[in-house]
Design a protein around this ligand. Structure first.
Ligand code: DLL
Length: 433
């Protein structure tokens, strides 16, 4: 099923013409209304009147996460604040978060793009859709909520209820589609087994999962544990939230909503545009957003584009699933975090040496973070076990408070974390999947 056949299956040349018109309108708007873009275009001598084809996009400068942080909170907005009806933001607890604004029209488009995601997975007005994403500054809860309402499904905003409550809802409210991170779906699957609830006792048929990287093998595990068909979907706060790209029943790459964003893949170092099939950094230009338009935004996500047309009939280009990041950002239970944010907290805690290792595992299907932290000489001499335990708890609490991630902290003797070449520590060891 295709939610918006007219746009999702457009002839390529018509789509490119539409993209160009929308791009030109966006460039005019940002040049007039966003000081950052006026300055960066002027600095590079870009004449927006000369952008006459999608191929000219490469003349435009990139926008980075740092540019967005520096414009905190509202400097990137391209409309007067009275026209903004919604604000979301990234977590960014240490540096400035990235704050995004939506106009009423942006929200309407967002809902229709998420409606495409759901419809492509076969979800209809007959479905009971349980949304186990946080409803808050994070875009997952509200984004899916509006999309699911748009297609007329019965929406169950279970949000961050405890997992046992989620399972009760799944069973009693006859949920037929689950929306969450893939890690959370696996966690539910593991607990169902523990509680000896057979998936056939549920009504669940589909799962739409995203917000963090996952693999084909994790898909197979989730499908087996929950007896569902699992679909991937991709998005990011800066561009919109969920609704940027989604799988169709072929489940071979994610269709990008190209009538609303232009996608490029560039070499992460030279920043030269790459061709189909070549892996590099995803870059998005929004072409319909009013509140928070973005020109050539570097996502840090690694993927490649698939040239071949899809059997589903959509002409929207497909991107492969995300295979990694250009930076060291990690995602723990859907929370994006940079090791540097953890390091800053550790360094701030008196008594910790700056030698630590972050170990990511899966426990009962859920992401678990353990931090092995070397004691400073000072703390090592303070060998009262109770004091050390208290210190471990304090570090864990502070990480939870500031980053929203539960971490087990484990103090280890000085010089016991293995150094690799040059005495360097491997900071993050990811044992998930
Ligand atoms: O995660 C938006 C979203 C919500 C997408 C719900 C899908 C479902 P952020 O919190 O800004 O926004 O995180 C965006 O998460 O740059 C990727 O690194 C990662 N990511 C999102 N979806 C996927 C996916 C939301 N399907 C960052 N596969 C992105 C791999 C993903 N990584």
């Amino acid at each position: 099923m295709i939610y918006s056949r007219e746009y999702e299956s457009m002839l390529r040349e018509d789509l490119e013409q539409l993209q160009l018109e929308r791009l030109q309108a966006t460039l005019n708007r940002v040049y007039r209304n966003v000081a950052f873009y006026k300055q960066s275009f002027d600095r590079l001598g870009v004449d927006i009147e000369k952008i006459k084809g999608i191929g000219d996009l490469k003349q435009l400068p990139f926008t980075t996460k740092d540019d967005l942080r520096d414009s905190y909170p509202y400097d990137m907005f391209a409309v007067p604040l009275r026209d903004i009806v919604r604000i979301h933001s990234t977590s960014g607890t240490t540096g400035n978060p990235i704050v995004v604004g939506y106009t009423r029209n942006d929200i309407t488009i967002w809902a229709s793009l998420v409606a495409r995601v759901l419809t492509a997975a076969g979800i209809t007005s007959q479905d009971f859709v349980q949304i186990a994403f946080h409803y808050g500054l994070f875009t997952g809860g509200f984004g899916f909520h509006y999309g699911a309402e748009k297609i007329g499904a019965s929406v169950i905003p279970s949000s961050t209820e405890d997992v046992r409550k989620q399972i009760t809802i799944l069973k009693d409210y006859k949920t037929s589609a689950l929306i969450s991170t893939p890690g959370y779906a696996l966690h539910i699957g593991v607990l169902l087994e523990e509680q000896k609830i057979h998936p056939e006792q549920l009504f669940l048929k589909k799962g739409i999962f995203g917000a963090e990287p996952w693999s084909e093998s994790l898909r197979a595990q989730i499908e087996e544990k929950l007896h569902i068909e699992a679909y991937d979907n991709y998005g990011l706060t800066e561009v919109l939230g969920p609704g940027v790209a989604f799988e169709c029943p072929q489940r071979d790459g994610l269709h990008v909503n190209e009538d609303h964003v232009i996608v490029e893949v560039v070499h992460p170092e030279t920043l030269e545009p790459l061709g189909y099939g070549e892996e590099g950094e995803l870059v998005f230009t929004t072409i319909t957003k009013q509140g928070f338009p973005l020109i050539r935004f570097r996502t840090g996500d690694i993927s490649s584009l698939i040239e071949a047309p899809c059997k589903c009939g959509r002409t929207l280009v497909r991107m492969k699933r995300i295979t990694g990041r250009t930076d060291d950002m990690i995602i723990v239970e859907g929370n994006n975090v940079f090791p540097m944010q953890i390091e800053q907290i550790l360094l701030d805690m008196k008594g910790a040496a700056p030698h630590y290792q972050i170990i990511l595992k899966r426990e009962e299907g859920l992401d678990a973070m353990q931090i092995n932290l070397e004691l400073s000489e000072k703390l090592a001499s303070f060998d009262e076990i109770r004091g050390l335990q208290k210190f471990e708890e304090e570090v864990g609490e502070r990480i939870y408070r500031e980053l929203g991630i539960r971490a087990g902290v484990n103090l280890v003797e000085p010089m016991t974390i293995r150094r690799s070449e040059g005495g360097k520590l491997e900071r993050v060891i990811d044992l998930r999947d």
